[in-house]
Design a protein around this ligand. Structure first.
Ligand code: BTN
Length: 323
């Protein structure tokens, strides 16, 4: 019950909700509401009681309870600090700890957060989202790149819906706003030739970080920097998971076209002149499209001829000028 009570208070954060309203909506007595408020206060929620009702003014940081409030059916592992949520999720998978609906690993901070291509992922406490989703998706390893696209898309859609920030996607896995990096996806898999044994989708998003909390030397940003408002990390995580479950189901059903169409719709790469580094080689050209296997299609000029090349992995930088 405190979960449902808290949900109503959070939806009306900063405004008073009357006792009779709460008891009516929850189908419980006013005494039970009062008891629930007491339990939430003990857990660190700042709830003011006045003649107009109860007003939620502050709440403790991210916690397993907060997350279960939004994701009651999910198995959640929450840690205050871990080296890397991806490594923790891989450890669970190697011990064969799975759940049909996936296991969500979330940490408030990481001491050895991992980025793509062996980079580190800055993960200070109290500010951002560091999460890994452990799955046994019934999809072919050939379609694994689509999982990365699905995770990036889910992050951007949840941000758009909840914060209004018009996040876009830099192929394959970056969330960006105004040309600066907001977040990224790190997919780690174990698979047989014909079957994914498990997939760990790591998602990192700079949410409430201020300028001074971001790593220096890279063009990074956060939801706070872009919108000027703090966002609720637990609600965002739940929004991302709801999207991700939807898109993973779409991949399983073979509905790649729908996924790629949604991804293209908010792409920050298509139509741009880019330099792509893939497997040690560099290519320059115009990004034309993302195909139904999630590959980036680039028109490359050279030797007097034009060629279209398709890449399933790579690191993209934008060149000056739009094609
Ligand atoms: C990238 O853009 O390079 C990918 C960044 C992925 C970071 C996330 S944070 C949660 C998860 N745990 C990790 O160690 N990395 C991913």
């Amino acid at each position: 019950m405190p979960e449902r009570l808290l949900k109503i208070l959070k939806e009306n954060a900063g405004e008073a909700v009357s006792g009779p309203d709460l008891s009516g909506r929850l189908g419980i007595t006013r005494a039970a509401v009062w008891k629930g408020i007491g339990r939430l206060r003990k857990k660190g929620y700042g709830i003011e009681g006045g003649k107009h009702g109860y007003k939620l003014l502050s709440w403790p940081g991210l916690s397993e309870e907060e997350l279960s409030l939004y994701l009651p059916d999910k198995k959640i592992v929450f840690k205050q600090s871990v080296p890397s949520t991806n490594d923790l999720a891989i450890g669970l998978a190697e011990k064969r700890e799975f759940s049909d609906k996936g296991i969500l690993v979330v940490a408030d901070s990481q001491s050895a957060g991992k980025g793509r291509l062996g980079r580190t992922w800055s993960s200070p406490p109290g500010l951002n989202i560091y999460m890994s989703y452990l799955l046994r998706p019934e999809i072919s390893p050939r379609n694994a790149p689509l999982l990365t696209l699905a995770a990036a898309l889910s992050g951007a859609l949840a941000l758009r819906a909840q914060t209004g920030l018009q996040a876009r996607l830099k192929w394959p896995n970056d969330l960006v706003a105004n040309g600066r990096k907001l977040g990224g996806i790190l997919l780690e898999l174990r698979s047989d030739p014909d079957r994914i044994i498990y997939a760990v989708l790591g998602i990192g998003i700079n949410v409430n970080a201020k300028k001074e909390d971001l790593p220096k030397g890279i063009k990074a940003t956060s939801v706070f920097i872009e919108t000027g408002r703090e966002s609720d990390r637990a609600a965002l995580i739940a929004g991302i998971i709801a999207e991700l479950d939807f898109w993973i189901r779409a991949i399983r059903k073979g509905e790649h076209a729908a996924l790629v169409k949604a991804y293209r719709g908010i792409s920050d790469t298509i139509g741009k002149n880019v330099r792509l580094t893939s497997e040690g080689r560099r290519f320059e050209g115009t990004a034309l499209n993302v195909d139904e296997e999630g590959r980036l299609v680039i028109r490359v000029a050279g030797g007097g001829a034009e060629r279209q090349l398709r890449f399933s992995t790579g690191d993209v930088t934008r060149l000056r000028g739009t094609a």
